[in-house]
Structure formats: structure tokens, C-alpha cells
Design a binder for this molecule. Structure first.
Ligand SMILES: *Cc1c(COP(=O)(O)O)cnc(C)c1O
Ligand SMILES: [Zn+2]
Length: 418
């Protein structure tokens, strides 16, 4: 059933057989090659639509050699029509791709781990590991537990407590590194080279990254096999945004959707904005930064796919934008208040960036727009600490309710009588 034909260097074009290989001899990243003629011959909308609602409905487009054996119930998250948020930020046709409810660990990282873990099993790895800003660690820990494999997750020591507990609970070995993500990642590259473990985002990265494409396949299918006009994507390592574009291009080439231009907008927090800083300066090269932001899931100062993310944004005619930490919190609250969706800090980044791009006229308010909400706010409640009115306490007495709650509410908000 496999449609994978090999690996190819993204820069020099050298071919390699399918293997857990990190980079080409020229040190550029490797890309999966597929039998595109086979896709065109075998794939139809009806065939895909007849399958269960999870990411494996697109399995021919993913780099496994056999059918998946673990992580079977991932993906096919809701594409939510968002008219109240649309009105609040000033655009007309808005959807939220809600990966805050992805299964089982409530972020889009369930998709990439699902592919990497099945591939790791094909390769025969017994220990699964990752360098993570939090969500990836949660996904690696949970999926490995369910697959009966030992997981090691390497994280910066200052992550949100919910993300640390949400890895340890699955029995994963959590290794906290005194340093930032980029230092964690460097260490993991050394371990992968020395110890032969399956690091989902190091030696399995070429396969891992392909899992991101399923988010965009779903968007197109959920829109009725159409591409949206524009998509706003939060960026950490810059992989997801490149795969959204790749997925749209593949669907077009296979003939599952009609080809049309789409624009990619990349979102970061100002406290860690190496990719948007590059696009604003009009070049593709990334200058590494030292991260300092509450959007910890996006805090990668030296993004592995930064050069390809800037390329994808620029080629689409899009832009990169970043927002401050207070704007991130405001974005989280706005999403929750208008659409009833509690996204994490990365979602706050995405909403606030969309708002900023619309306000400055750089994003078309009449075009069909999708915001990617990639993680769940229950994991980043610390960001909302001291930011909300958490209510008042009264004794269980009617007079006290009427005096302190009802009168206070009526004083501030006129109650509509209908
Ligand atoms: C990892 C992550 C991203 C970005 O992923 P990249 O592919 O590394 O750019 C976005 N949102 C959340 C919540 C994440 O955890
Ligand atoms: Zn090469």
C-alpha cells in the first residue's frame, strides 16, 4: 500500500533510501518522495470520505510503508464557523481549525507524533524521544504509552506545570534541561547520533513533519473540497506552515481540489519572532533569537524550518506578524468570549496576529480565512492568572444575591427584556 519512494535532499537533490536519516551529506534537510502517479490513479474524494473520521483517511499521502498500527484515533478535528470572532476582528468569513480538541493530548502535535511513532515502529526503534516546548512531549509520552514503548522527553526546565505533569503521568521519563529549547535540541541531536533512539523531531523529522499535512487536508475536505483564500498559522520550528502549503499543493496536483491561489500568514510572539523578523525585513535567512515570551510552545529561537517557512510565506504573497504577551492574553480571551474555545497561548498569538493584520489592511477582510488553533488553553492557564474577574463570594442567601450580584450586574449591564 506504500506510496513512498524515497528521501530527497531539499537543496542538492541527492536521493536516499527510506531510513531514519537526519540530513543530506550537504547538511540540508531531507524530504519524502511519493508516487504521485499512484496517488492520481488511486485517490478519489469518495474513497477518502468513506473512511473513519481520523487523519488516517489520508494514509496514502503519509510516509508509512504499512498500515498504521498505533495512534489510530487522531485528527479530524472540527472546522468551526466563527462569525462572532469574525465580527470582533473585522473580517467576513472566518473558520477556526480547532486542534485544541485533538485526541489524545489536545494539540496538533498528536498528528506529527502519530506518523513518527508508526514510522519508528517500522524502523524497529524501542525508545522514543523528543526535544519539546511542551505539547510534543505530551504527545510523545501519551502515544508511546499506548504503543507500549518507553519514552524520554527533553524539555526546557521553565515549561508550564501542566505540560510537565501532562508528560510524566504517562510514565515517560522527563528530562528538564537548564537552558532554552535550542540547547535542548542540540543535546538531543547528540543523543540521537550516539544512542540510536528514535527522536521524533530529530532523526525521524522528515516523517514527523508530514503528519502536519493532515490538518490542511481536513480543512480542504471540511470546506467541501475547496481551498480557503488565506490561513493564519502559529510558528515555532516553522514546520506546520510549510506543510499547510504542501498539503494544498498536493490536493491540487492530485485533482481532489481545484487549484487556486492561497495566502499563508505566519504568527509568532514578539518575544520569540525569528521567522516574522526575517519576513518583515524581506529575506529568508533566520537570525536566531533568545526566547522570552509566555507563548512557550512557540519559543524556538533557532527554528529548524525557518528558512522554508519564510519561503512559503513569501511565495504565497503573505506576511509574518508578531504580537506582545499582553496581546497574546487578549487574543486568548477574545477567542474564548466570542466562540467558546479555550485555546492556549499559541492560539492567542494566532488570533491577535490575525486582528493586527486585518487592522493594518494587510489581510483581506472579505476573503475566506482559516485560523489554526493548535493547542488547548487548559495547559496554559498560568497565562490567565490575574487576568480575569474570577467572581465574588457570597453567603447562600437570596438578599445577598440580589444585593451583591444582581444589583451590581444591573448597574453595569442593562438586562435585555424581551
Ligand atoms: C509546535 C506547535 C506549533 C508550531 O509548530 P511548528 O511546526 O514547529 O512550527 C504551533 N502551535 C502549537 C500549540 C505547538 O505546540
Ligand atoms: Zn543535499
Amino acid at each position: 500500500m506504500s506510496y513512498v519512494t524515497g528521501l530527497k535532499c531539499r537543496e542538492c537533490g541527492k536521493d536516499y533510501p527510506i531510513a531514519p536519516r537526519v540530513v543530506c551529506d550537504c547538511i540540508a534537510p531531507l524530504e519524502i518522495m511519493y508516487d504521485v502517479a499512484g496517488w492520481k490513479r488511486d485517490l478519489t474524494r469518495e474513497k477518502i470520505a468513506s473512511r473513519p473520521p481520523n487523519m488516517w483517511r489520508y494514509r496514502e499521502l503519509l510516509p508509512l510503508s504499512n498500515d498504521p498500527t498505533v495512534s489510530l484515533n487522531v485528527g479530524y478535528t472540527p472546522l468551526v464557523n466563527a462569525p462572532r470572532l469574525a465580527k470582533a476582528i473585522g473580517c467576513r468569513k472566518l473558520w477556526i481549525k480547532n486542534d485544541a480538541v485533538n485526541s489524545p493530548t489536545l494539540s496538533f502535535k498528536d498528528r506529527v507524533v502519530a506518523v513518527a511513532l508508526n514510522k519508528a515502529i517500522e524502523f524497529g526503534f524501542k525508545i522514543i524521544a523528543c526535544a519539546s516546548t511542551g505539547n510534543l512531549a505530551n504527545a510523545v509520552a501519551a502515544h508511546s504509552a499506548a504503543a507500549g514503548l518507553q519514552a524520554y522527553v527533553f524539555i526546557p526546565e521553565d515549561l508550564e506545570e501542566a505540560k510537565i505533569i501532562g508528560s510524566a503521568v504517562y510514565g515517560a521519563k522527563v528530562v528538564k534541561i537548564r537552558g532554552n529549547y535550542d540547547q535542548v535540541n542540540r543535546l538531543c541531536s547528540q543523543i540521537a547520533g550516539e544512542h540510536g533512539w528514535g527522536f521524533v523531531n530529530v532523526n525521524l523529522r522528515a516523517f514527523y513533519a508530514e503528519g502536519s499535512k493532515t490538518l490542511a487536508y481536513e480543512v480542504a475536505e471540511q470546506l467541501g473540497w475547496r481551498l480557503p483564500d488565506q490561513v493564519v498559522v502559529p510558528m515555532a520550528g516553522g514546520s506546520l506552515i510549510t506543510r499547510v502549503g504542501k498539503a494544498f499543493d498536493e490536493l491540487t496536483e492530485i485533482g481532489l481540489v481545484e487549484g487556486k491561489p492561497y495566502i499563508l500568514y505566519g504568527a509568532q510572539a514578539t518575544g520569540c519572532s525569528p521567522i516574522t523578523t526575517a519576513t518583515k525585513a524581506g529575506h529568508r535567512e533566520i537570525e536566531p533569537q533568545r526566547p522570552s515570551t509566555i507563548a512557550r510552545s512557540l519559543a524556538i529561537g533557532n527554528p529548524a524550518d525557518g528558512y522554508y517557512a519564510t519561503g512559503a510565506i513569501m511565495a504565497s504573497g503573505g506576511a509574518g506578524e508578531d504580537v506582545s504577551d499582553p496581546e497574546v492574553v487578549a487574543g486568548m480571551k477574545l477567542l474564548a468570549e466570542t466562540e467558546g474555545i479555550l485555546g492556549e497561548t499559541a492560539a492567542g498569538v494566532t488570533v491577535a496576529v490575525a486582528q493586527k493584520l486585518l487592522a493594518s489592511g494587510r489581510m483581506n477582510p472579505d476573503a475566506e480565512t482559516v485560523l489554526c488553533v493548535t493547542g488547548n488553553g487548559l495547559k496554559t492557564l498560568d497565562a490567565l492568572q490575574n487576568q480575569l474577574d474570577l467572581g465574588l463570594t457570597i453567603r447562600p442567601r437570596l438578599e445577598e444575591f440580589e444585593e451583591q450580584v444582581l444589583n451590581a450586574v444591573q448597574a453595569s449591564v442593562p438586562v435585555a427584556v424581551s
